[in-house]
Design a protein around this ligand. Structure first.
Ligand code: EPU
Length: 419
């Protein structure tokens, strides 16, 4: 079992560089199946999810080679269309292989994605999009069997009860690339990762207009070619370091994130009195000083407050003055970490899809269990400002989305180590 030991109470000061975006990079790796030519992707973060995606591609017969630490060369000369079951349980992002395989081979046999601890994660909108494009999709026991041999362009609406779907939009774009004619995707997700993904496909020769808006037009039937592409920085990793600076009363500069990507989060932080800014060159500066205050926030699809920073923000609000209300608008049950923070003395009440956090609260070190990626980040943050020692069990979750987090935190003064 992976355990992280944190001795809290140190101010974090210094410079940090974030890696490439996990949620942009994973579908790009899958999309490399769309061409028989070689693709080179740079700024690929060294994460366990990336290792899993590469393992799946290799199982499908794709050649994947690492060039240096953060670049990957992918050559899908051949590709099988059957995804082995174990991977779908390991990583939700493997759902992107559905669209990639339909777009490449016209068929796919893909296991039903496993349950997820952050709550219900349906794929009905993905299936709706595939079917609209003429892909016959049948559920057989634990698999989806998909036949996209007669795809056609179509107008598709992807918005659901909780907004659009990030991986669903990505999936439908990949299938639409194989469907001759112009497909229109309305209610498309506008997350920066979707735009970056479209940038990758455009570099492969795809014709996609409306990128960054909720209406995308995809011209299908064009053969894609190899390309070289650099993934954007990870806004969630950057936001986590912003919280690390603030929660420890430190001064941190964060490099590697394009300007504007973190704005919805930075706006929320300024509302609690945090001094955070981003320069034209992307550098984020965090300067502590003064008591932070409460805020009422609601997470939502971009450009809303990002759900992937909700847990970290909640940890921060344990140190702010007053009662904050955090409403989770994307995954209503994404509060599993709250009980763990409670063991440290945090005052958090969870009701339905919201949490009320009262602060400031002196946290004390405790033995905690991480349940998922972003929860782990919240527990680390709490440990960094708590008195005494904190042990985070099942710390392997952090490796799914943060490259060398302990090392990066140590470099700015934290006393943290995987034991
Ligand atoms: N939804 C449906 N039907 C669908 C698909 C989604 O109702 O067919 C609902 C979901 O239940 C949820 C909302 O729509 O309430 C958004 O889900 P979405 O499909 O956008 O999520 P996702 O594509 O599965 C990606 C990220 C998540 C991130 C969400 C929201 C990847 C690999 N994952 O998931 O990242 O939280 O978008 O921004 O891109 C993380 O990095 O920790 C993480 C969970």
């Amino acid at each position: 079992m992976e355990i992280t030991r944190i001795v809290g109470g140190r101010r974090l000061c210094g410079d940090v560089v974030v890696g490439g975006s996990k949620n942009a990079c994973l579908p790009m790796l899958a999309a490399s199946l769309l061409t028989c030519e070689e693709c080179v992707i740079h700024n690929v973060p060294a994460l366990s999810d990336v290792v899993t995606m590469i393992a799946i591609l290799r199982e499908l017969g794709v050649s994947v080679n690492r060039i240096g630490e953060h670049s990957v060369k992918i050559h899908a000369r051949n590709a099988s269309f059957v995804v082995p079951e174990i991977y779908m349980q390991k990583m939700r992002a493997s759902v992107c292989l559905m669209g990639a395989l339909i777009g490449r081979t016209g068929k796919a046999i893909v296991p039903i994605p496993g349950g997820c601890v952050i709550g219900c994660r349906p794929i009905d909108l993905h299936i709706k999009g595939f079917r609209a494009l003429g892909c016959r999709t049948v559920r057989r026991r634990d698999f989806f069997v998909m036949d996209g041999s007669r795809l056609h362009a179509e107008k598709i609406t992807l918005s659901g009860e909780r907004g659009s779907t990030v991986t669903g939009t990505i999936n439908v774009i990949m299938a639409a690339i194989k469907a001759p004619g112009e497909s229109v995707i309305e209610g498309a997700a506008v997350e920066p990762e979707v735009s970056d993904f479209c940038g990758y496909l455009s570099a492969m020769g795809a014709k996609i207009s409306g990128v960054g808006t909720s209406t995308l037009k995809v011209t299908g039937g064009i053969a894609l070619h190899g390309c070289e592409y650099t993934v954007i920085g990870d806004r969630i990793e950057a936001g986590t370091f912003v919280c690390a600076g603030l929660i420890t009363g430190g001064d941190v500069r964060i490099f590697g994130l394009e300007r504007g990507l973190l704005d919805p989060f930075l706006v929320g932080l300024r509302r609690i009195g945090a001094r955070v800014s981003q320069d034209d060159d992307g550098k984020i500066t965090v300067q502590s000083g003064g008591q932070l205050s409460y805020a009422d926030i609601v997470t939502g699809p971009h450009p809303g407050f990002p759900t992937d920073l909700q847990a970290q923000f909640c940890a921060l609000q344990t140190q702010s003055c007053g009662e904050s209300t955090i409403v989770e608008g994307v995954y209503p049950s994404r509060f599993m970490y709250a009980a763990e923070l409670g063991k440290m003395g945090a005052a958090i009440r969870v009701e339905n899809a919201s949490a009320r956090v009262s602060g400031p609260c002196a946290l004390r070190g405790a033995c905690l269990r991480a349940t998922d990626l972003r929860s782990s980040a919240a527990l680390y943050l709490a440990g960094l400002c708590a008195s005494g020692e904190t042990f985070v069990y099942d710390a392997h979750h952090i490796d799914r989305g943060y490259e060398n987090l302990e090392m990066k935190l140590r470099a700015i003064g934290a006393n943290i180590r995987r034991v």
